[in-house]
Design a protein around this ligand. Structure first.
Ligand SMILES: C[S@@+](CC[C@H](N)C(=O)[O-])C[C@H]1O[C@@H](n2cnc3c(N)ncnc32)[C@H](O)[C@@H]1O
Length: 178
């Protein structure tokens, strides 16, 4: 994968967070968390109960660890970064471990590549099906084909590489708690 780097812009964080019905009972998971900004903001500004970032590359992960240590203790205690390729994680097992009443899975996956996105979509689907009582939203900057039948809407997000980037919102078990 090319080591070019991009991020969601802070002005669009709230648009993502708004896809969760009750943040105080939700975990925010950032797949490909980069420098860790949106995961930190999910707890610090967004009011999520917990946030987890998963990042493949050590240099970005170390940036997120530096950010973590600069945050107030109450935010630190709810925030965790993991150095891993998401393909090497058992998302199903982790979701069962992380899940609160709600899950928000954010994937800024534009540069993940077709094969990786196909695999990611399948493993998210499997993970979500294993937590049937948990309302789950997935926001992806590139469509995840395996989730197509759960597409709720499209939203425009501002990214460091351009404004109004069309992103997909998928929803699981939404009817249970709405
Ligand atoms: C576009 S950046 C998004 C950063 C952050 N989530 C945001 O939106 O501001 C994508 C990140 O995903 C990471 N990444 C790419 N492939 C990955 C993989 N297979 N597993 C985990 N992280 C990955 C990249 O290193 C990069 O930091």
């Amino acid at each position: 994968m090319a080591r070019t780097y991009g991020e969601i812009i802070q002005t669009s964080f709230e648009e993502v967070f708004a896809q969760t019905a009750d943040r105080s009972a939700a975990v925010f998971v950032d797949i490909g968390s980069g420098k860790g900004l949106i995961a930190a903001a999910a707890v610090g500004q967004g009011g999520y109960a917990r946030a987890v970032g998963v990042e493949k590359y050590r240099d970005k992960y170390e940036d997120s660890i530096k950010l973590h240590s600069s945050l107030p203790e109450d935010v630190q205690s709810k925030l965790e970064y993991i150095l891993s390729d998401v393909a090497d994680l058992d998302l199903r097992q982790l979701m069962q471990q992380w899940a609160q009443a709600e899950v928000m899975l954010f994937c800024n996956n534009l540069a993940f590549g077709q094969g990786m996105n196909a695999r990611l979509g399948r493993s998210i689907r499997e993970a979500m099906d294993s937590i049937p009582d948990v309302r789950t939203a997935v926001v992806a900057s590139t469509p995840l084909e395996a989730l197509n039948d759960r597409l709720k809407c499209l939203i425009s997000l501002n990214m460091s590489w351009g404004t109004s980037h069309e992103s997909s919102v998928y929803l699981w078990h939404g009817d249970h708690k709405e």
